[in-house]
Design a protein around this ligand. Structure first.
Ligand code: DGY
Length: 322
C-alpha cells in the first residue's frame, strides 16, 4: 500500500524526521532559516497528503485548491492566522496547531521582554560590551520598576494566565481583558477583568497576547496609545498586525508612552531601516516566544503525532476545525 506523502516546509532535526518516516514518505525543504519558495510549496502541496507548515507559510485558497490530496495541515505554532481555516474546513482538510506545550516558554519570554524593556537591559549589556561603562553613577541606566506595578493582559488564554502567575510573583496588580470573562482565573489567581479602555489607561505594562483576527487587527492604534500612561510600556508577543506600527512609532517618539518590547512585527523579519528599530526605547526580538529547544522539539513531535493520527483516521490531539 502507498505510504502517505508528508511535506515539511522547513528543515527539521533528523530524529524528528525519522518519526515521520515510520508512517510516511517524507520530504522537507532544505533550509532551516529560509522559507520554502511559494512555487515549491504549491508544487509540494499538490502532491501531499499532509503539510507541516511554519507561521511564515501562507495556507490560502490557492494552496488549498491545488492540494487535492491534502487531509491535514499541522502548523508549528499555536497561532494560525497564516491559515485560511474556513477554506480548509470547506475542503475537509484538518488544521492542527500546537497549544499548551509552548505556554510556559512563551510566558517566560513575555516576562523577559517586560524586564528587558523596563530595566533597559539591552542598552546596559551593549554599554558594557562597547566599553562605555565609565563609573557607577546615581541614575546611570536607571529604568522603571516592574514589581508592584499594574500589568494589563489583553488576551487571557493559557499564555495570558501563565504571564499573570509570573506577574503575581512580582507583586503586581493584574488586570486582564478578554472576549469572555475568565471567572475561574479571577477566583484562583485574583486577577481583575477590565474593559479594554480602562485596562489600557490604568496599566503600567500593557501586554498584548490576543490572536490576530479581523477584530483584533490594528486594535492598538493612535487612540489606544493616547489612552496609555506616559510612563507605560507596550509589550507585544502575539502578532505584529494587532498594532498599527506607524501609530506606535509616533507614540514612542512623542513620549505618549515610555517604551515598547516587541517580539512580533507586521513584516517579519522587520526591515533594518524600519523606524521602530531606530528608537532607543524599543526592545525588538525576532519572534522567539516559544523558542526553547525543549519546547520547539515538543512542538515538532506534536505536529508529527497530529499528522499520523489524522492520516490513520483517528482523533488528533489538537485540531481547530474537526
Ligand atoms: C506561535 O506559536 O503562534 C508563536 O507565535 C510562535 O512560536
Amino acid at each position: 500500500m502507498r505510504k502517505p506523502y508528508v511535506y515539511i516546509t522547513r528543515k527539521l532535526p533528523e530524529p524528528i524526521v525519522d518519526q515521520f518516516r515510520l508512517f510516511s514518505e517524507v520530504k522537507m525543504w532544505n533550509s532551516e532559516n529560509l522559507p520554502v519558495p511559494r512555487e515549491v510549496l504549491l508544487e509540494e502541496a499538490s502532491k501531499a497528503d499532509a503539510l507541516l507548515t511554519m507561521l511564515s507559510d501562507k495556507v490560502d485558497q490557492q494552496l488549498l485548491s491545488v492540494g487535492k490530496n491534502l487531509k491535514v495541515i499541522a502548523n508549528l505554532a499555536v497561532g494560525f492566522d497564516n491559515i485560511d481555516v474556513i477554506e480548509a474546513t470547506k475542503r475537509g482538510v484538518a488544521v492542527c496547531n500546537t497549544p499548551d506545550i509552548l505556554t510556559d516558554t512563551t510566558a517566560d519570554l513575555v516576562f523577559s521582554l517586560i524586564l528587558m524593556t523596563a530595566r533597559k537591559l539591552v542598552e546596559a549589556v551593549d554599554c558594557v560590551k562597547s566599553g562605555e561603562w565609565k563609573s557607577w553613577s546615581p541614575l546611570f541606566m536607571a529604568g522603571a520598576d516592574v514589581h508592584h506595578k499594574t500589568i494589563g493582559i489583553v488576551g487571557m488564554g493559557k499564555i495570558g494566565e501563565a504571564v499573570a502567575k509570573r506577574a503575581l510573583g512580582f507583586d503586581m496588580k493584574v488586570l486582564y481583558h478578554n472576549r469572555n470573562r475568565k471567572v475561574e482565573a479571577e477566583q484562583t489567581l485574583g486577577v481583575t477583568y477590565q474593559s479594554f479602555n480602562d485596562l489600557v489607561s490604568e496599566s503600567d505594562f500593557v501586554v498584548c497576547l490576543t490572536p490576530l483576527t479581523e477584530e483584533t487587527k490594528g486594535m492598538f492604534n493612535k487612540e489606544t496609545f493616547r489612552k496609555m500612561k506616559h510612563a507605560a510600556f507596550f509589550i507585544n508577543a502575539s502578532r505584529g498586525a494587532v498594532a498599527v506600527e506607524k501609530d506606535l512609532v509616533d507614540a514612542l517618539k512623542n513620549g505618549e508612552i515610555a517604551g515598547a518590547g516587541l517580539d512580533v512585527f507586521v513584516k517579519e523579519p522587520i526591515d533594518l531601516d524600519h523606524p521602530l528599530l531606530q528608537l532607543e526605547n524599543v526592545v525588538a526580538l525576532p519572534h522567539i516566544g516559544s523558542a526553547s529547544v525543549e519546547t520547539r522539539l515538543a512542538m515538532m513531535k506534536r505536529c508529527c503525532q497530529n499528522i499520523e493520527l489524522i492520516l490513520n483516521g483517528k482523533q488528533p490531539l489538537n485540531v481547530l476545525n474537526m
